[in-house]
Write a protein that binds this ligand. Sequence first.
Ligand code: NOJ
Ligand code: CA
Length: 705
Amino acid sequence: MRVFITVFTALLLLSCNSSEEQRTYEAVSSNGSLKLSFNLSEAGQPYYTVSRNNTVVIDTSFLGFDFKNAPAFDKNFIIKNTETETHKETWTMPWGEQLLVDNNYRELRVMLQEKVSPERFLNIVFRVYDDGVGFRYEFPKQSRLKTVEITEEHTQFNLTQDYKTFWIPGDWDIYEHLYSTTKLSEIDAVAYADHVNLAQTYIPENSVNTPVTMVGEDGTHLSFHEAALVDYSGMTLKVDTKNLNLESLLVGSENTNYKVKRTLPFHTPWRTVQITDNAPDLIESNLIVNLNEPNKLGDVSWFKPMKYTGVWWEMHLGKSSWDYGMEMVDGEWKDTGKAHGKHGATTENVKRFIDFSAKNNIKGVLVEGWNTGWERWIGFEDREGVFDFVTTYPDYDLNEVIRYGKEKGVDIIMHHETSAATETYTKQQDTAFALMQHYGIHSVKTGYVGKILPKGEYHHGQYMVNHYNNTVEKAAKYQVAINAHEPIKATGLRRTYPNTISREGLRGQEFNAWAEDGGNPPEHLPIVAFTRMLAGPIDFTPGIFNIKFNEYKSENQVNTTIAQQLALYVVIYSPIQMAADLVEHYEANPEPLQFIKDVGVDWESTEVLNGEVGDYVTIVRKERETGNWFLGSITDENAREIDISFDFLDDGETYTATIYKDGKNAHWDKNPLDLDIETITVNKASKSKFKLAPGGGVAISILKN
Ligand code: NOJ
Ligand code: CA
């Protein structure tokens, strides 16, 4: 069957290529390396192919939709018209991995109409970049189709090799899975359906979540994702392991018998494929943000990228708790004398974090567990009306904490754990954000632990996509930036709404504190850098120095060396970076703490010096304003040696480089704290070799002299 389709396509293209007309159905990227071709089959089915340097990367892949309220969009189309456009632009990131972003693509817009009744219209728009393609469907305004209830989108990606694939299951509720590395033909996502660590999870089919990244034997690197996910369901990719075909499988809802409902005109999110011939170029690709609309918020200088500490890790370690021990009496939280004395968010404790942060060039303190309701958090079915986001526990004086922070130049970061009770949160948002505005608090970490309420909705369905996006838009009105946990995936909307500063959407550091499967293995982050990180900023919360924390939990630990914990400040991009460990653990280790004190959070430029998906990666970033550089390199469970040429440095400058590297006996498990610190002078001509221990890394601050 496969062979037949391929031959058939080649014939079709050949025959069309001879005519003038066919040329309009192609778009070639600016450097000529990527070519996208579009056509219709004899039955009038839309399909496309993608080739790179004349090798087919995506073979004949059909496109279409099933609707509940109308006949399918699957065949009988004719091409009414096509348009092509060349686009060249450079735009500025208010904060980000780099200041300036080039957005250069060739666009092919194909206008289709059914040749049989009801003669409806559909446009497909392709954008071809040097490092990948994006396409989306536009449903133009038309008289014979007013609203659509999409039961499934059928976007295919028909691959030509059995790629080595780095994937997480197509869970409709959570992305917090470990990555599997298998051949495409060996993906079995349903095997991950039961998971002990997750408060919610639903994996109905053999599909994967995006970004999913693949490496071919010929060196082709692919990553599939989507851009500008707005008023639509998240897309997973169903895997046909026999035919090496991926096909969109949208996240659904138990409350409707369609997956997406829209009124025309509208367009879908972009379906994206990043295509490069090495792993570093995947990270340097800006395709996802580029496919989003420009900034709609205007001046966002009220938010400043920052490092932060917080009342957080101590709860995950079990040193303190989110809840205070109050009781709900007649619908109100009352202190009935049951306080257990372990509450973490006390005025006094937060002041300790403020003092520490002020001393160490850290501008924010996150406070979790400050508001009433935590007594009815995990494990409760009836969670609506529990949290209100304004009422503090008796031992937390918000006024005083804000006053003290201002005096020390440290901002408080708000926390809203919604417990996935979305109706309560939506109702409370104006009040909650107004409180923040009153106190001059410009960012909030939101959380959606548990099954979504209303029941029957999933975290990644259209209902929740709208909830997350509406929250960001509403927050912007109060000059509030959002860092969502248990979020919808990042799809580059930070370009349009820069107050979408960061998010979780992966197995974060917290799993190392309590996961029953031993936490994140050393290969986790060398995979994340080439998968989840392609989607956008990650609130991973690095910087754990007390790696084994045996005084709290003997069965858990962080599975990296301390040098790798430092390197993560550079490797993982986020405009907010937590120094996640406890104050006492930092105070006991002033030498490595110096790196966290020095490291930047907002970058002029980024270069990925080397890397292989799942093995290792080295990134350098130049800080905006200071012009200082920082390098981070991490490896999986294998030790390795990396050669660094400092030729990325600026001409004519000399720098003091402080190197935080794995000691001779360092090992993520056997000796994670073995760290060597060395200071040297470097310039553009300098070269060095570094040994990375198993689960290790190297972090370098390169400060201008
Ligand atoms: C899960 C989040 O990922 C974590 O960071 C947070 O501490 C808890 N929920 C409580 O909201
Ligand atoms: Ca989480």
